[in-house]
Design a protein around this ligand. Structure first.
Ligand code: ATP
Ligand code: MG
Length: 341
């Protein structure tokens, strides 16, 4: 066995993916200017992690993922997948990764089982190693195994895309917005599968606009914006960075004057609730309550809200928050950026 064949894991013990100075400039077409989608990204994804790649629309997430998948050709920089350089060892690096793309790019004339067989053929998976039925079962498509892809619903197509990403038993599974627009059942199925595969040792990279999901699923998160990486840390550390607090007070009677205190911002919501924002390293809750009493306000009810990933995300990417689709209708709005004035 040559050095390169045997060396997949050897010389890059802990990294599933190493990206250095990655750039992508799309050529402009039809009078459009060229677009620098990635402006020199450095990224290391640890083996065995569930890694979140977050950023607003147009940040460059899919470009990065599609470069990993070999679907987009990078402009410059280097990408190493499971220790294999993408340019020097294209076959091995490709074999190490399975990608579920954001776009639903399925051949309408294949059945799920047929599509998996074709995919297995493309990756050179020997017949004896193929587990189409097992994979179809995993994604809940067994009863549609012989249906034409064009007769599948959107959610079923997503399941099939996940199945296709798994046929060659990759070390790394990449999911580009797997839960965008899918129903609750499919979402739960996806996350259950992701957890199971990760427990079996698969490294997972995912993008999502549902920050609550990222907070729950990911060990580590990188945030990119305008083609640049602006943060990378463990999920816990990212959350720890935010010491903003919000205290919501339901007053006993209509407020005459807003409380005033240093480093505390007070506003009133339309429903009469009083919202006080402060930083826990500057001000403590007692000082906030004291200011409320000073203003002659009697408290009927009070609750506090801590920052969540959404706050971190908005704080870091706030230059373009109007672009961000982070709505999850089921989720109550929290945090300092969400106060209705
Ligand atoms: N084929 C292409 N030709 C030209 N520009 C492109 C192409 N693909 C993407 N872009 C541009 O590159 C930038 C990054 O796009 P990309 O799809 O990587 O963003 P994204 O972070 O995945 O966004 P989203 O959250 O909307 O999926 C955008 O400005 C986009 O318009
Ligand atoms: Mg995208």
């Amino acid at each position: 066995m040559s050095d390169e064949q045997s060396g997949g894991k050897g010389h890059m013990a802990d990294a599933a993916i190493t990206i250095n100075a990655l750039r992508k400039t799309y050529r402009g077409s039809k009078g459009q200017p060229e677009k620098q989608a990635l402006k020199g990204i450095d990224l290391v994804v640890p083996q065995g992690s569930v890694f979140g790649l977050l950023g607003p629309n147009g940040a460059g997430k899919s470009t990065l993922i599609n470069i990993l998948a070999g679907l987009v050709v990078k402009t410059s920089g280097s990408v190493s997948i499971w220790g294999f350089d993408q340019d020097r060892n294209p076959r091995q690096s490709r074999a190490a990764i399975g990608v579920m793309p954001q776009e639903l790019n399925l051949d309408p004339f294949f059945s799920p089982r047929g599509a998996l067989e074709v995919q297995a053929g493309l990756y050179g998976v020997p017949k004896s190693d193929r587990r189409s039925d097992e994979i179809l079962d995993l994604v809940g498509l067994s009863d549609k195994a012989e249906a034409y892809a064009r007769t599948l619903s959107g959610g079923m197509r997503r399941r099939l895309l996940l199945a296709k990403a798994l046929v060659h038993h990759p070390k790394i599974l990449v999911l580009d917005e797997p839960t965008a627009g899918v129903d609750i059942e499919l979402r739960q199925m996806l996350w259950a599968n992701v957890r199971k595969l990760n427990e079996q040792g698969m490294t997972i990279i995912l993008t999502t606009h549902y920050l609550e999901e990222a907070q729950e699923m990911c060990d580590e998160i990188a945030i990119i914006n305008h083609g640049e990486k602006i943060a990378q840390d463990s999920t816990a550390n990212l959350l720890g960075r935010m010491d903003s607090r919000t205290m919501v007070i339901v007053p006993d009677s209509p407020i005459q004057a807003l409380p005033e205190a240093e480093n505390v911002t007070a506003i009133q919501r339309e429903n009469g609730d009083l919202v006080l924002q402060y930083h826990s390293n500057q001000t403590n809750a007692e000082q906030v309550l004291e200011a409320v009493r000073q203003a002659g306000i009697r408290i009927r009810d009070v609750r506090t809200e801590e920052a969540d990933l959404e706050d971190v995300f908005l704080a870091l990417t706030s230059s373009r928050t109007d672009d961000v689709m982070i709505d999850d209708p089921g989720k109550p709005r929290r945090g300092m950026h969400r106060v209705k004035l």
